[in-house]
Design a binder for this molecule. Structure first.
Ligand code: FEO
Length: 169
């Protein structure tokens, strides 16, 4: 059984994952209409799907433990980006905020002595480590590339093999 405090915190995380999915869907749609960013668009679409999966995993966990997962209303995400670099900076910022939220949730699970939830959350802790690393790698590469068009071409070609969209199951 979930305590009221844990239930609220888990439902807040449902919202966060849903908003992540929506934010990356916004990036995907933007990337899809940019010339030459097919690989990046595919990466964002896949990343958006993964965030939805993170949300679903939480929803099932909450409901299976006697809670009620609330399906939240979503804000419209950013629709356009001044550059690919800016989009990836946003992605990193977003992932760092998600990590902070997961860490807070882990903290609450310990305060509440809810070891089942604590155990469940370890998957998210590991996932966030991978996602932060991937976002930082992408940002570092884009920093190096700058305005070099051939560099951007290679980045777009290689992004799906950079550990992108692997996702933990
Ligand atoms: Fe599920 Fe990347 O946050």
């Amino acid at each position: 059984m979930l305590s009221k405090k844990i239930l609220e915190a888990l439902n807040k995380q449902v919202l966060m994952e849903a908003q992540s999915s929506q934010a990356y869907l916004g990036m995907a749609s933007w990337a899809e209409i940019q010339p030459g960013l097919d690989g990046v668009a595919a990466f964002f679409f896949k990343h958006s799907d993964e965030e939805r999966m993170h949300m679903l995993k939480l929803i099932h966990f909450i409901n299976e433990r006697g809670g009620f997962a609330v399906i939240p209303a979503l804000q419209q995400p950013a629709l356009t980006f001044v550059s690919l670099k800016k989009a990836f900076e946003e992605l990193l910022k977003h992932e760092l905020a998600v990590s902070e939220s997961i860490n807070d949730l882990v903290d609450i699970s310990l305060q509440e002595k809810d070891y089942a939830t604590h155990n469940f959350l370890q998957w998210y802790v590991m996932e966030q480590m991978e996602e932060e690393k991937l976002a930082m790698d992408c940002n570092a590469k884009l920093e190096m590339i700058g305005d070099d068009r051939s560099g951007l071409y290679l980045f777009d070609r290689d992004i799906m093999s950079m550990g992108a969209g692997g996702g933990r199951k």
